[in-house]
Ligand binder design. Structure first.
Ligand code: NI
Ligand code: MN
Length: 212
């Protein structure tokens, strides 16, 4: 399964794109017109997560998957949408997409994370969105997570220490740190996270692609 990191919390996993914050990210040189996908999952409506989603969505005729209120707004702007809410699972293409809780804030609806299961590759990925640590991450771990994408940048989300506690709750096989280094306010060293993490950690450079 091909995973490409687009900086901040943005990933392209096969044909599914998450939180595509590209043109506003000073550390990202990838432009929205380079990104092709069928599905765009949005964890919440902060600018550093919605990012270029609508532009990319329109050009690709991709479906926006988001919490009801964001989906309604996206739909009013002419995008294809699948609205959902926390606890629900939908199937789009080869993906089973479950929306789970995140401990954060948002303008529209409620912030969320996603558990993504690809039917062909048989992998389960947890993208936590923006979140602080919460003990129900244990329930997310009970679903059997292969890859966890976790924020480590502190200030607006978990920092490294709490992200390590999250790993204990989620029990993934592999962790990919995200939401760090894009701005001075969230500048942490992912190697500090890797050093203390009990499971394998993949640190991506922006634009880097790995077969996981
Ligand atoms: Ni946020
Ligand atoms: Mn954020």
């Amino acid at each position: 399964m091909i995973v490409r990191y687009l900086g901040h919390s943005a990933f392209l996993i096969e044909d599914l794109l998450l939180d595509p914050f590209l043109s506003g990210n000073p550390t990202c040189k990838i432009t929205p017109d380079e990104v092709n996908c069928n599905i765009i999952c949005l964890t919440h409506d902060h600018d550093d997560h919605i990012g270029d989603a609508f532009e990319i969505g329109k050009r690709n005729n991709a479906v926006i998957v988001a919490i009801h209120e964001i989906a309604k707004y996206a739909s009013s702007r002419g995008l294809k949408t699948e609205g959902m809410n926390i606890g629900g699972t939908i199937t789009v293409g080869e993906w089973d997409i479950k929306m789970v809780e995140a401990l954060h804030s948002s303008g529209m609806g409620h912030p969320a994370g996603f558990i993504l299961k690809h039917r062909k590759f048989g992998r389960t990925i947890y993208h936590a969105g923006d979140t602080g640590l919460f003990s129900d991450m244990r329930l997310i771990g009970d679903e059997g997570i292969d890859i966890a994408m976790l924020p480590i940048g502190d200030r607006y989300t978990m920092g490294i220490r709490d992200a390590l506690r999250a790993v204990d709750l989620i029990r993934p096989k592999l962790v990919i740190p995200m939401h760090y280094g894009s701005f001075p306010a969230i500048s942490v060293n992912p190697e500090d996270f890797r050093q203390d993490c009990p499971v394998e950690v993949e640190i991506f450079k922006i634009g880097e692609e790995k077969d996981l």
